[in-house]
Design a protein around this ligand. Sequence first.
Ligand code: NAP
Length: 249
Amino acid sequence: MKRLQGKVAIVTASTQGIGFAIVERFGLEGASVVVSSRKQKNVDEAVEKLKSKGVECLGIVCHVSNSQQRKDLVEKTVQRYGKIDIVVSNAAANPSIDNILDMKESVLDKLWDINVKASVLLLQAAAPHLSKGSSVILIASISGYHPQSSMAMYGVTKTALLGLTKALAAEMSPDSRVNCIAPGFVPTHFADFITNNPTIRKEIEQNTLLKRLGTAEDMAATAAFLASDDSAYITGETIVVAGGMPSRL
Ligand code: NAP
């Protein structure tokens, strides 16, 4: 399928895991993709991999909390491709397993900065360049619905993204759609402290209706749907991609 032919997509935190699967899928569906993360080496390696699959791409270093790097990400994309059709805000941090009441202020600030505020600031920078019919996708988490101990405050920042999706969808309509994906558990580096533990992993698998963890490709398939005109009448929604884990009615 080439649903994204001629589109230009920025995806943050896209040199591995879910973000990389998204740029790869977008690229294979015909988009020009801008791959980014904090480390130049990771950006270079991701660009190499994408090019070897025939994907048109540009690599840019961008720590999402760095305002100059966010500006560069947007400006270099526009310089190279002339427009932006898709933005996926995918970066997140989960720096502590402390209970909320024990969390240091610096950790609370980091969670807010990276998981919520950076999405807003990136979209402020990108908004003037977004094409008519553009699609914005935020990456939340199943834990946004049920913030669990050991990642409770992280979960709360993801709950905020569910609200941000609704608010931005209203603010950016009718020219842009804004939707959100709430992944279940995917065995990436980010989640390996959970998914590498065989007992916890089994528990999570049993807690899904489909009896397995998610894959980065499961998330990328949903992102491609939300980025494409197949979802042209969907905005302000969160799609839970979690194998039927409990989320909401
Ligand atoms: P991952 O495999 O660990 O990949 C993280 C990526 O983010 C890397 O490319 C990393 O590259 C980049 N990165 C980290 N901090 C960054 C920052 N401050 N600015 C820019 N790039 C940064 O992670 P993942 O599991 O794919 O997670 C992606 C998203 O999915 C996150 O929003 C996460 O909350 C969400 N999610 C994941 C799961 C799961 O089970 N995996 C479940 C629910 C939601 P550099 O080191 O080069 O920066």
